[in-house]
Ligand binder design. Structure first.
Ligand code: SF4
Length: 386
């Protein structure tokens, strides 16, 4: 690639952004590192349309890093409910505390220091430093990797360390000379990958627009656009099955706080059995199991409790429904078993708690469990009115 192309790339991209970039999104134009950071984390695995709705809500509830650091993690998880990838919410909270405790509530402007904060990787550190402090820091998210792989016809697997190093070096080489241009340039790069040089329908293939780099882009010149970046074949996601017990007492339902490092870590969910590989043999189930099977099922879900005592107070377990949930790398079939307890039984395990259905909004719940419980809550309201 010619030196003049490398030197002019930033100016050409900024000129493209003025004409065809995205403008007026609520998280754009901020110089407040807190606002930049929240938007960057939320946009990582969530569609722009969803972030448009949820970002202003989050910022209204937690307007500063000090406010976010001061609340209980449950509040953050409840606000994050439905956005998925809950480790992001846990990291946001932990990082806010770090900023308050170690940096007196002010984000550092050095990308190397930003990278040391919980949940902030090198690319996010670069984005915060560029947007908030006009630092000469490159970004290298999936969109930028794709643009670079195509512009420079890099046909090796992008996960290889040597290739990643090469991409970072290129991302740095292309930065604008003027520090003042860093926010616009960084936004332009993000927008170009998200809207023009997209994975499946880049404009040079769809023919809808003329790409400003089409005469330099090595992938375009060599007819390799859809072949780059090189795809790695994915293994089929493993499938699991588990039992969950929906134990109710009037308006209360038994929930369990999940361990922080598990899937849906820190959220409140139905008590569940261990996940096992889904096999044809464990697909056959009786919708109203015998007393012995019910007791066994309850024992595998409420481990460590005196289940026999509890069992005496419960109505027979009935299969309520099967819920399938797709995670990024696995699928889970949840068998929901319902029973009513005569009283709010006291459990030894403090993570097990009876939660009032009318106060569900105060708890962070996994989306499928939230929908299930909201259904119960709705039925309760209808029942009360009729
Ligand atoms: S020519 Fe196509 S592949 Fe190359 S940068 Fe432009 S949109 Fe992307």
């Amino acid at each position: 690639m010619s030196k003049s192309f490398l030197d002019q790339f930033a100016d050409r991209l900024i000129a493209w952004h003025q004409r065809d970039g995205r403008h007026g999104l609520p998280w754009q134009g901020h110089r407040d590192p807190y606002a930049v950071w929240v938007s960057e984390i939320m946009l990582q695995q969530t569609q722009v349309a969803t972030v448009l709705e949820r970002y202003p809500r989050f910022m209204k509830r937690f307007p500063t890093v000090k406010k976010l650091a001061a609340v209980n993690i449950d509040e953050v998880l409840a606000e994050w409910a439905g956005l998925g990838y809950y480790s992001r919410a846990r990291n946001l909270h932990a990082c806010a505390k770090q900023v308050v405790e170690e940096f007196d509530g002010h984000f550092p402007k050095d990308p190397l220091l930003l990278e040391k904060l919980k949940g902030i990787g090198r690319s996010t550190a670069g984005a915060i430093a560029a947007f908030a402090f006009e630092e000469h820091a490159p970004i290298l998210d999936a969109n930028v990797k794709r643009i670079l792989a195509r512009l420079f016809a890099i046909d090796k697997a992008l996960q290889e360390k040597a290739v990643t190093d090469e991409l970072w070096a290129l991302a740095k080489r292309l930065l604008p000379k003027s520090a003042k241009s860093m926010p616009t340039y960084t936004q332009a790069l993000m927008d170009f990958g998200a809207t023009w040089c997209t994975a499946r329908k880049p404009v040079c293939i769809s023919g809808q627009q003329r790409c400003p780099f089409e005469k330099n882009c090595q992938a375009n010149l060599n007819d390799q656009v859809l072949l780059l970046p090189k795809k790695i074949s994915k293994a089929k996601s493993p499938e699991f099955i588990c039992n969950m017990v929906l134990l109710r007492h009037g308006d209360f339902v038994l929930l369990q706080k999940r361990p922080p490092k598990a899937i849906w870590g820190g959220l409140w969910s139905l008590p569940e059995s261990e996940w096992i590989a889904r096999q044809p043999v464990n697909l056959k189930l009786s919708h109203s199991p015998s007393k012995t099977s019910s007791l066994n099922l309850l024992t595998t879900v409420l481990t460590g409790e005196n289940v026999k005592d509890l069992f005496k107070q419960c109505s027979p377990l009935l299969h309520k429904e099967e819920i399938r949930h797709v995670f990024t790398h696995r699928r889970l079939w949840m068998q929901i078993w319902e029973s009513h307890s005569q009283e709010r039984y006291c459990f030894v395990d403090p993570t097990l708690q009876w939660i009032d259905l009318r106060k569900l909004g105060q708890y962070g719940l996994p989306q499928p469990i939230k929908l299930l419980l909201q259904g119960l809550s709705l039925a309760r309201d209808v029942g009360t009115k009729s």
